[in-house]
Design a protein around this ligand. Structure first.
Ligand SMILES: Cc1cc2nc3c(=O)[nH]c(=O)nc-3n(C[C@H](O)[C@H](O)[C@H](O)COP(=O)(O)O)c2cc1C
Length: 203
């Protein structure tokens, strides 16, 4: 089978992208509006993209009606955010925060998710997340327009909070202790419980 992406409607493109490019890590992104109202939502079009400078990106797409998601509206008002990583233990709470709430209603409050203050940015972090990255906005690259068009948000990482309980004896993150989840297609997720090592040829 072949798919001509230039002929596919955006919703079909979306289905094929999320059903093939996987597993995807999940950025659980906390933002605030100009009035200081908190928002929390998950995004799996997400990656770390640079070590020098330290940067990551995630993509709040436009809604099916072509509107901006609350996360993007907030970042345009207050150009700061916290990207929290999602372990298996927080999967259900993360999923709850994908609900469409009225603009300005906090998912932290609505779903009883404990927050902790960030140090260098205004949005709070998720207290139980094993890793949280405090970021300032670097840039937004807009791809396309209308329904499902992408707003690629690049953030500069200022500070990471890493829970001591996820470190190995050498002080580095232990993937087993992190127990992060990844998103597959549709409503399916994976756990990072099945791992293997490969020696790099150049080391
Ligand atoms: C695991 C998961 C990953 C998601 N990834 C994305 C994504 O990469 N981009 C996106 O626009 N929406 C994504 N969504 C949907 C948003 O989380 C959802 O539209 C949410 O309501 C947006 O919240 P906001 O309007 O408060 O910003 C994802 C949902 C889930 C559950």
């Amino acid at each position: 089978m072949k798919l001509d992406f230039s002929q596919l409607p955006p919703r079909e493109v979306y289905r094929w992208l999320v059903g093939t490019i996987l597993p995807r890590p999940i950025a659980w992104v906390s933002t605030v509006s100009a009035e200081g109202r908190a928002n929390l939502a998950p995004f799996s079009f997400f990656q770390g993209v640079s070590s020098n400078p330290p940067m990551l990106m995630f993509v709040p797409a436009n809604t099916r009606d072509g509107a901006k998601k609350d996360t993007l509206r907030n970042i345009e008002q207050v150009p700061e955010f916290v990207v929290n990583l999602v372990p298996f233990a927080l999967a259900e709470q993360m999923n709850a925060t994908a609900a469409l709430l009225p603009y300005g209603e906090s998912e932290f409050e609505r779903f009883g998710i404990a927050s902790a203050p960030a140090e260098r940015v205004r949005p709070a972090r998720v207290a139980a997340a094993p890793v949280s990255f405090e970021c300032t906005l670097h840039s937004i690259t807009r791809l396309g327009e209308g329904p499902l068009a992408a707003n690629v948000v690049f953030g500069r990482i200022l500070l990471a909070h890493v829970s001591d309980g996820v470190l190995d004896p050498g002080g580095l993150p232990d993937p087993a202790k992190l127990d992060l989840i990844g998103r597959l297609g549709g409503e399916t997720y994976t756990r990072t419980t099945d791992r293997f090592d490969l020696k790099r040829p150049d080391r």
